[in-house]
Design a binder for this molecule. Structure first.
Ligand code: K1U
Ligand code: ZN
Length: 185
């Protein structure tokens, strides 16, 4: 017979999911709201977090692993500090301040491409957390940059969409070339 404490223990296995890269058309899709936060939602967010840590990255939207739902994970902890995972379900931007700040952004769906993007310095957001609890707060600094970048993913917008057509095309070609080289082994 199973030991009671063992039987009561849930062993969860997290799965690393492939991250879609440009020009995959799924990345241009608009994500859909999550109707209810369930264990399945939490399993998806656990997978997203592990996938993000391995990449490595500081944020990931569900659509980047081919699931067009309004879900984002993030961890902005400094290297050497304890992990500080954050989960955003159905995030909304309620207010933005006018002041814009530039930041050199990257994206796991556009690997090895970085460019400076101007975004609002502070944004007020509302979202549901890992347990489905509603949170309203202001984000600033890297938090503001990252949440705006990730929320763009939910609308099918990539940071390279803010660049000139020349830079954007170059970025996509660079990624395609790298993918082909990887496939060729
Ligand atoms: O693809 C993504 O959406 C994730 C992206 C998030 C982001 C980075 C910078 C500005 C805005 C949004 C990344 O995580 S790219 C990788 C990255 O920035 C990083 C990786 C390892 C250590 C530190 C940063
Ligand atoms: Zn991105």
């Amino acid at each position: 017979m199973l030991d009671e404490s063992l039987a009561a223990t849930y062993i969860t296995f997290m799965t690393i999911r492939p991250i879609l890269t440009v020009p995959n058309p799924v990345l241009k899709q608009c994500s859909k709201p999550v109707a209810e936060v369930t264990d399945e939602t939490r399993r998806l967010m656990d997978d997203m977090l592990e996938t993000m840590y391995l990449a490595p990255g500081i944020g990931l939207a569900a659509v980047q692993i081919g699931v067009p739902l309004n879900i984002i994970v993030m961890d902005l902890a400094k290297e050497g500090d304890d992990p500080k995972p954050q989960y955003f379900i159905n995030p909304q931007i309620l207010e933005v301040i006018e002041e814009k700040r530039p930041y050199e952004e990257g994206c796991l769906s556009v690997p090895d491409v970085f460019d400076e993007i101007d975004r609002s310095a502070r944004v007020k957001i509302r979202y549901q957390d890992y347990n489905g609890i509603e949170v309203t707060e202001w984000a600033e600094g890297l938090y503001a940059v990252c949440i705006q970048h990730e929320m763009d993913h939910l609308k099918g917008v990539l940071f390279i969409d803010y660049l000139s057509r020349l830079k954007r095309n170059r970025a996509v070609k660079k990624v395609q070339k790298a993918e082909k080289l990887k496939e060729a082994g």
